[in-house]
Design a protein around this ligand. Structure first.
Ligand code: GLV
Ligand code: MG
Length: 341
C-alpha cells in the first residue's frame, strides 16, 4: 500500500530482549490470576521481586483460553516493576500445556523471563518444556536458552525425583514447593496450608519436603522458593511460616496478596547488622590471607575465629543483602602493623 503523502509509515519500537534473570532476587514471588483483568493491572506497580501470571490453578478450566490471551496482552504491554516476569503454564498432563507455552513464548517471549512448570513429577516434564522452548526460540529468533524454567514440586513422585528434575535442564533457575497440592498428594491430615497437621506433635511436618527441595536446589545451583500461605489476612501466621523457610536457607516465598509482599521481602533479606558483619568478615578474611595481613588461613575477627568456611557463609549473606538493595554502613580497618624494634 502507498502511504499518503506527508504521513510517516508506522514504525514499531524495537523490543529489547530482557537480560538473563537467573541470579535475580526472588524473595517474594507474586501469583496473579491470568483471568482477572483487575489483578493483572494492579500487579504492574507492585514491589514483588517476581510476578507470575497464572494460567494454572487460579484459572477455571472454562476461562483458560481467555486468560491466555489476557496474559499475552499484559506481557506485550509490559511495564512491570518486578525484576522477574514469569508465566505459570498448565501442567504437562493437561490439554492446555502445549498451547500455553507456544502462544505465550511466540507472542511475548521477549518480555518473559521464565516459565513456571507446575506439578513436575519426572525429569521428562522438564525435557518436554526445554525442547519446546528451544524450538520456539530458534524458529522466531529469540536468544537461545534465555527463558528459564522454575519447577514446582507438588507431589510425592516429584519430591522423590527432585534431584533428577533439578538436573534435567540448564534452564532451571528455581525449585518451588507447592504445599497445597503436596499435602493432598501425601494425604496430610490438615486443610490449612503451612499449619502443622493436628495430632503431629513431634516436629515440623514440612521439614522433610522443604529440606529435600533446598538440598536439590543447592546441589544444582538454583534457588529454593517456599510456596504460598493461603490465610492472606493472617500476617502473624505468614511471618511464622516464612521465617521457618528463610531460616533453613530458602531464597524466597510465593505471595498471593499485595499485603504479603513487604513482610516476605523483609524476612528473606538479611538485616542491616548481618549484612554489615558479612561485608566486614569478607574484608577481614581478604586482609588476613594477603601478604600484608601475614598470609594466615585463620584469624581473629573480634572474638570470633574466621577461616575459609566463614568466608563462604559471609559471601551468601552479602550476596543476599546486595540483591535486596542493602548498602553497607561499616568499613573494615586493618589492624595497625606491628612495630619493628
Ligand atoms: C501451589 O501451587 C500449591 O499447590 O501450593
Ligand atoms: Mg499447586
Amino acid at each position: 500500500m502507498i502511504e499518503p503523502a506527508g504521513s510517516e509509515p508506522a514504525v514499531s519500537e524495537p523490543v529489547q530482549p530482557r537480560p538473563d534473570a537467573r541470579g535475580r532476587a526472588r524473595r517474594s514471588v507474586l501469583a496473579v490470576p491470568g483471568s482477572s483483568p483487575r489483578m493483572l493491572a494492579k500487579a504492574i506497580g507492585l514491589p514483588a521481586d517476581e510476578v507470575f501470571l497464572d494460567l494454572e490453578d487460579a484459572v477455571s478450566p472454562l476461562a483458560k483460553d481467555e486468560a491466555r490471551r489476557a496474559v499475552i496482552a499484559a506481557l506485550q504491554a509490559g511495564g512491570f516493576a518486578a525484576g522477574v516476569i514469569a508465566v505459570r503454564v498448565n501442567d504437562v498432563t493437561t490439554p492446555w500445556a502445549y498451547r500455553d507455552v507456544i502462544d505465550v513464548v511466540e507472542q511475548a517471549g521477549d518480555q518473559l523471563d521464565a516459565i513456571i512448570l507446575p506439578k513436575v513429577s519426572s525429569p521428562d516434564h522438564v525435557h518436554w518444556c526445554d525442547l519446546l522452548l528451544t524450538q520456539i526460540e530458534s524458529a522466531i529468533g529469540l536468544v537461545p536458552g534465555r527463558i528459564l524454567i522454575e519447577v514446582q514440586i507438588e507431589d510425592a513422585a516429584g519430591l522423590a525425583a527432585v534431584d533428577a528434575i533439578a538436573a534435567a535442564s540448564g534452564r532451571i533457575a528455581a525449585i518451588a514447593f507447592g504445599p497445597a497440592d503436596f499435602m493432598a498428594s501425601i494425604n496430610m491430615r490438615s486443610l490449612v496450608v503451612g499449619e502443622q497437621p493436628p495430632g503431629y506433635r513431634e516436629g515440623d511436618a514440612y521439614h522433610y519436603p522443604l529440606s529435600r527441595i533446598l538440598i536439590a536446589a543447592r546441589a544444582h545451583g538454583c534457588q529454593a522458593i517456599d510456596g504460598p500461605y493461603l490465610q492472606v489476612r493472617d500476617q502473624d501466621g505468614l511471618r511464622h511460616v516464612a521465617e521457618r523457610s528463610a531460616a533453613l536457607g530458602f531464597d524466597g516465598k510465593w505471595v498471593l496478596h499485595p499485603d504479603q509482599i513487604d513482610v516476605v521481602n523483609g524476612i528473606f533479606s538479611p538485616d542491616q547488622g548481618d549484612y554489615d558483619r558479612a561485608c566486614l568478615i569478607l574484608d577481614a578474611y581478604d586482609y588476613h590471607t594477603s601478604t600484608a595481613g601475614g598470609r594466615r588461613g585463620a584469624a581473629m575477627f573480634g572474638a570470633e575465629m574466621i577461616d575459609e568456611a566463614s568466608r563462604k557463609m559471609a559471601r551468601v549473606i552479602a550476596g543476599k543483602g546486595r540483591a535486596a538493595g542493602l548498602v553497607r554502613t561499616a568499613q573494615f580497618t586493618p589492624p595497625p602493623a606491628p612495630r619493628t624494634p
